[in-house]
Design a protein around this ligand. Sequence first.
Ligand code: ZN
Ligand code: ZN
Length: 254
Amino acid sequence: MLRFASLGSGSQGNASLVECGSTRILIDCGFSLIETERRLQRLGCSANSLSAILVTHEHADHAAGVGRLSRRYQLPVYLTVGSFNAMRDRQFAQTQFINLKQKLTLGDLEITPFSVHHDAREPCQFIISDGAASLGILTDTGSYTEDILRHLDNVQGLMLECNYETELLMQGSYPYLLKQRVSGAYGHLSNQQALELLKKISIDRLQYLVGMHLSEVNNLPAHAYQALCKGVGGESEGIKLASQQEGLGWHSLS
Ligand SMILES: [Zn+2]
Ligand SMILES: [Zn+2]
């Protein structure tokens, strides 16, 4: 059985856990070593039990803690060549390059990377499957492509970015250029874009839908939640939000 959780999600740090059997992988690590250990503990895990770290891109909120965690626990790090070259700290216990055209197998998990539109060197996101169920992860993309939609079709679990509510971003305190960056084609997905994306994929098998990477300045949980509900055609117990402080507890896909 595949299950997943979040250590925390937002511009101050991101990390997600996905496991099946004895394989447990961390997607991104934007927290300090001590904070990562604390948050893992909260989810009943120790960093010793991790199999690998996958990195989506080099931005600090996803990558700042990767090097230290890898060295401390001798964890292999999987990332694209572009992300590796753009990382500040790239002293990993072991480095494995992700080819965006190739699936990779890590223990009981099959990982399908796909590229996204984000202002990083070679960013990607993932579909993770245990053969029975699959989880789609999509954050840090300013737009969705046909290729992205194809990958997310028919997933059982989806962790989907709901970064900002357009009105809050535009009326908010961010400088003009930053507003342009966030809302641009290589920035982040808005609540509205998440809603539109959901309308374009098949969600017949969807069990859990999790709003991710919510801005604490330009969004409100209620707005993101409403957009996700609209996207799937109504309220559902399977709709969750991952927060910056609390992340999200374990959820299993059957
Ligand atoms: Zn980013
Ligand atoms: Zn980010």
